[in-house]
Design a protein around this ligand. Structure first.
Ligand code: ADP
Ligand code: MG
Length: 724
């Protein structure tokens, strides 16, 4: 294609990469009202009570809210802020903000800047247009947002942003943050109980999260020439480029100047917002990149990830780029994920998933490790349901991303430790020698793990030395959802671990031995979920089926886990989601799935009818003219001479016919399912009967792309989209 877009790209001035003149530490967190600023802007007593509320996960006392708001306002206005907003994460792919100005005219003349404690702590946005899964129909339409003091406020442009939870008037959560905070609290309680078996001093356990964000960049002009990218976030058509990722020359390659300029700009903004970005590199596919921060406390890390996605989108536009967070923007090359590195840390700064120096700390490590294995074994399908979305389903299970079956990779050495423990410990009392032997071996775990460098990239949930890495999350997702499920599932097993140990102790078993016995029991119970081999292989799919592990085969069936009574019971037991909240989420997930397929189907049919077919016919007419000319000049030989053209004319007719017929059938399928009232049935119908047309129609379009004259083709091709 030769459009203005490509010309514009070619004539654009070269990017200048500016080098930073300031140290990052000079401005890191400059736009955040963090503890250091609180100390400066708040009276001492107020500061202390805010900090203790943060540490204890409490709401801010209404009585001090006015003073906190006053300090915050003073800081924000000094920095030029004129507006404030409650910033929250509703149940769609983005964040929400509604700005209000501090400025207020006074009755009878004059004006002032107002920001009271009430405005800081709670607001009542009209929630009616956010996804609510029917909560709005059955209850009150209104919702309210409330400040989450454990995540600091920050300034973007002229607006003070207040990280908030978002709930319905009746108390049901309408966002990701509320259940995340609930799951973190449940995990904290359960983990502290287990820690105290080993160390009475531990008073708090937090989950830590280090995400890795993959994304694509495309030139803005080319992006705008692709209605499918603009409207659906992915290309619905496009034949593979002759060269894409087959030479592995992009991964960790030189970062193009244009991209490095974008990355630097993103980093500067991120650093000012206190987001500790650490790593940047080229990823496997052309135009694909990744960034990752230092890990942080999970709630903050989730806020930082969602915030960074916004920053990236905005900065990209400044560089005449578009950032694609879709999991599979281009067929045939790798898609994007958001690996979630997850661990647990105590208030004493100890990483509970890092083996320690003594047998005691290693017993503790094992207690946590096997509880996580057990959680994955018991709640694997719910964990996978948490990341099952329309867009992620294009990526999962390909030879680039983990399969849609949850298994855990522990590493061969740790695996043999587990096997060894399972064999050596029995229900019978251990002899003193046996005990010493086992303890000695457990003491050796850290050395073993130091050499344990094998890092299986094909496992969805891999232990990587001092943390677990959950690799199935999609790049566009809010990573709170898988974390909520993992936190809850682990809290469940830790609680059970403690109960079983207490039970044995009650029967007169010594504490150490009781712990070892429960560790062994958990090892046995979670065996099916441990897998060390190649997760991409066909053998694994067969093996997983033998083990009774269920994978995602379709999105609408995978998400049924949200309403599976065993999960409803679990989330209810730990106070994470009520049944109503789960049902609402289930409905939203179905609705979102269905709407995304519907949009794709419409865009595709439109492009097929208005771009592809007219172009194909134009080219076919050129060929027809050509054949006519040949026939005129060589009436006897023309059939031989023009046989290739004649064949191409037939091929074009064939593809066009297929595209027309399938598009018509797809529209009929949409009509059929649109008439179905029940959204759950409609989503399943869309998945089974509408969605397959999208790839079937694409097949014929991509064939036409290979045939038709490049000058006539109206859409930028993959090889063009892959230039930067
Ligand atoms: P890789 O690509 O090899 O998996 P990266 O260096 O890109 O590794 O990412 C590793 C991520 O794991 C980083 O975000 C890092 O902060 C995070 N991480 C390291 N230790 C922990 C931990 N204890 N808890 C949570 N995340 C961690
Ligand atoms: Mg990783």
């Amino acid at each position: 294609m030769r459009t203005k877009a490509i010309e514009e790209m070619a004539t654009r001035p070269k990017t200048e990469v500016a080098f930073a003149t300031e140290k990052v530490s000079d401005y890191f967190g400059a736009d955040v009202f963090d503890k250091e600023k609180m100390r400066r802007y708040l009276p001492k007593a107020v500061y202390e009570s805010v900090v203790s509320a943060i540490d204890e996960g409490r709401r801010i006392d209404r009585r001090i809210a006015d003073q906190v708001a006053a300090g915050m306002k003073a800081w924000a206005m000094e920095r030029g802020a004129t507006h404030y907003t409650h910033w929250f994460q509703p149940l769609n792919d983005s964040t929400a903000e509604k700005h209000d100005t501090f400025f207020e005219p006074m009755w009878g003349g004059g004006s002032f800047e107002n920001f009271s404690g009430d405005l800081l702590v709670q607001q009542e946005p009209d929630a009616s247009s956010f996804p609510n899964g029917g909560l709005r129909n059955t209850f009150e339409a209104r919702g309210y947002s409330a400040w989450d003091p454990s995540s600091p406020t920050f300034i973007i442009d002229d607006t003070l942003c207040i990280p908030s939870i978002f709930i319905a008037y009746t108390g049901e959560a309408l966002d990701f943050k509320t259940p995340l905070l609930r799951s973190l609290a449940a995990l904290d309680r359960a983990a502290v109980e287990v820690c105290q078996l080993f160390d009475k001093e531990v008073g708090k356990v937090v989950a830590t999260l280090g995400w890795e964000q993959e994304y694509f960049l495309v030139d803005e002009a080319l992006y705008r020439a692709r209605p499918d990218l603009m409207q659906t976030g992915r290309t619905l058509m496009g034949h593979s480029a002759a060269k894409d990722q087959q030479l592995d020359d992009h991964y960790w390659g030189e970062i193009p100047d244009r991209v490095i300029a974008f990355m630097k700009d993103v980093e500067q903004t991120a650093f000012r917002l206190g987001i500790p970005l650490k790593t940047r590199h080229n990823e496997v596919a052309p135009n694909q990149y990744e960034c990752a921060p230092m890990f942080e406390e999970a709630n903050i890390a989730v806020d930082h990830n969602t915030l960074l996605m916004t920053v990236m989108r905005r900065v990209a536009v400044k560089h005449k780029l578009q950032v694609l967070f879709h999991e599979k923007p281009f067929m045939g090359v790798n898609g994007s994920g958001k690996h979630c590195n997850w661990s647990l840390a105590t208030d004493k700064g100890q990483n509970l998933l890092a083996p320690g120096k003594t047998p005691k700390t290693n017993m503790q490590f094992l207690a946590f490790f096997v509880s996580i294995l057990r959680a994955a074994a018991e709640r694997g399908t719910m964990i996978m349901a948490s990341i099952a979305t329309e867009s992620n389903s294009h990526r999962l299970g390909g030879n680039e991303a983990p399969p849609a079956i949850l298994s855990v990779f522990a590493g061969s050495t740790l695996n043999s430790v587990l096997d060894d423990i399972e064999q050596r410990i029995s229900d019978k009392a251990l002899s003193p020698d046996e005990k010493t032997g086992i303890k000695l071996d457990i003491g050796k775990i850290p050395e073993i793990l130091l050499d344990n460098t094998d890092r299986n990239r094909t496992s969805p949930f891999a232990f990587t030395g001092n943390r677990f890495e959950f690799r199935a999350t999609g790049s566009s997702a809010n990573c709170a959802m898988p974390l909520i499920v993992i936190n809850t599932a682990v809290a469940e097993q830790l609680t059970r671990f403690k109960e079983l140990v207490d039970g044995l102790i009650g029967k007169g078993v010594k504490k150490d031995e009781a712990i070892l016995q429960v560790i062994r029991q958990f090892i046995t119970e979670s065996k099916a979920v441990r897998f060390e081999g190649n997760g991409y292989s066909q053998e694994w799919h067969e093996e997983a089926a033998r083990r009774g592990l269920k994978g995602i085969t379709s999105v609408t069936s995978a998400i049924k886990e949200y309403i599976n009574p065993v999960n409803v019971e679990l989330f209810g037991r730990f106070g994470i989601f009520s049944e109503v909240e789960l049902a609402a989420r289930y409905e939203i997930k179905n609705e979102t799935f269905l709407k995304k397929v519907q949009i794709e189907s419409r865009v595709l049919a439109d492009l097929a009818a208005n771009h592809i077919i007219p172009t194909a016919i134009r080219y076919q007419n050129v060929l027809i003219d050509n054949v006519r000319g040949i026939k005129e000049l060589f009436p006897k030989e023309y059939e031989v001479m023009a046989s290739a053209e004649l064949n191409t004319i037939r091929m074009i007719s064939d593809h066009v016919k297929n595209i027309r017929e399938m598009s018509a059938a797809m529209v009929e399928a949409r009509k059929k399912w649109n008439a179905v009232e029940d959204v759950i049935a409609r989503a399943a119908g869309y998945e089974e009967e509408v969605r397959p047309f999208i790839s079937d129609i694409r097949y014929h379009i991509d064939k036409l792309e290979l045939i038709v004259d490049d000058r006539l083709w109206t859409l930028p091709k993959y090889r063009e989209l892959f230039t930067i």
